[in-house]
Ligand binder design. Structure first.
Ligand code: 3B8
Length: 328
């Protein structure tokens, strides 16, 4: 083997190892390697790439730091629209939703409940397993191309575990700890603070300087494929497991519910747990689990008939700010 190819081999091996560590850390929430070992291997890759820039690849972990100053954001037309959800606010409305669903489908319906992450809707496109485009939801049909910003979000895979050409949708959010740290720094620097993590995530993602995005510790939970074609999945619960298997961060609190009682128990459980979660939620999304049943129900002009979003009462607005000493 020549010197050059062994260097290229070293770079590829380091890249793959570091990307696998990142998958374990950001997607599986199971750190497998002490930070100093990660840092050592990262430094080796940086050194090789500095000496041999031609070996830098788009999925190298060294490309996550951003540094591109963009003029503006291009528009992206979503092939499959990103619909919004109809909101419900109490148990009676959930019972009515369940009755409408069963009127159309019969009694054999299973639901999947997911936490409603209070972030920014994003759509991610992959071609043969490589990340090619990321966009905001926008008005559901036209969004903004924020591909370069999303490349700095560590939980978004630059290459999938399988060479799939797919489009996935989910939420990009700022964890509460990152939000408090950011506002503390901004306060100390005499800058305006962000009102809530959702605004902070939006401001960080839609920043023309990607090195700013890279420093904001954004995270993601993906929850749906725009088309299920390439993956053999027939229901939402399985789809979430598949999304995780191919490389995406999914929210672990999802639960299959057989009836309104189980849905309501899930809602009460996470209403109580809400303030202890490391990210903000503003409710629970209830979905018919089976995809063929989702298809039977279809969509209205603006929302799916097979899903609804239960919103927590507003007066419980997040009060986690009280646990830090604000400089007076
Ligand atoms: N914020 C969320 O955590 C969240 C949001 C949506 C949607 O907006 C959504 C919109 C649709 F048209 C269909 C399914 C959806 O599923 C969703 N699932 C989630 N977990």
């Amino acid at each position: 083997m020549t010197e050059q190819s062994s260097i290229a081999e070293q770079a590829r091996a380091l890249r793959d190892q570091l990307n696998q560590y990142a998958y374990q850390y950001y997607v599986m929430d199971q750190p497998t390697v002490p930070d100093h070992l990660y840092d050592e291997q990262y430094a080796k890759l940086v050194a090789i790439e500095a000496a041999h820039p031609e070996l830098i690849t788009p999925d190298s972990p060294t490309q996550r730091v951003g540094g591109l100053i963009q003029e503006g954001f291009q528009k992206v037309v979503h092939d499959v629209p990103l619909y919004s959800l109809n909101d419900v606010f109490n148990q009676e409305e959930i019972i009515a939703f369940d009755q409408r669903v069963k009127k159309a489908l019969g009694d054999q319906v299973t639901y999947v409940c997911e936490l409603k992450i209070d972030g920014l809707s994003i759509s991610l496109k992959y071609q043969e397993g490589r990340f090619v485009q990321g966009a905001t939801r926008g008005d559901g049909t036209i969004g903004e191309d924020i591909t370069e910003n999303l490349k700095t979000v560590r939980s978004i895979p630059m290459t999938l575990k399988e060479p799939l050409s797919i489009e996935v949708r989910g939420e990009c959010f700022m964890p509460k700890s990152s939000f408090v740290k950011l506002n503390t720094e901004r306060e100390a620097a005499g800058l305006d603070v962000f009102a809530n993590p959702r605004n902070a995530a939006a401001g960080s993602l839609r920043n023309l300087d990607t090195s700013v995005t890279a420093k904001r510790n954004l995270d993601t939970f993906l929850y749906t494929l725009a088309d299920f074609g390439p993956l053999e999945v027939s229901d939402q619960y399985t789809a979430l497991a598949e999304l995780q298997k191919i490389g995406f961060h999914t929210n672990p609190e999802r639960r299959l519910c057989q009836n309104v009682e189980e849905i309501w128990a899930y809602i009460e459980e996470f209403h109580d747990k809400r303030s202890n979660l490391p990210y903000e939620i503003d409710g629970v999304v209830i979905k018919v689990n089976d995809f063929s049943q989702q298809e039977d129900l279809g969509f209205t002009i603006k929302a799916p008939r097979w899903a609804t979003a239960y919103k927590f009462p507003p007066e419980e607005a997040q009060t986690y700010l009280e646990d830090i000493e604000w400089t007076v």
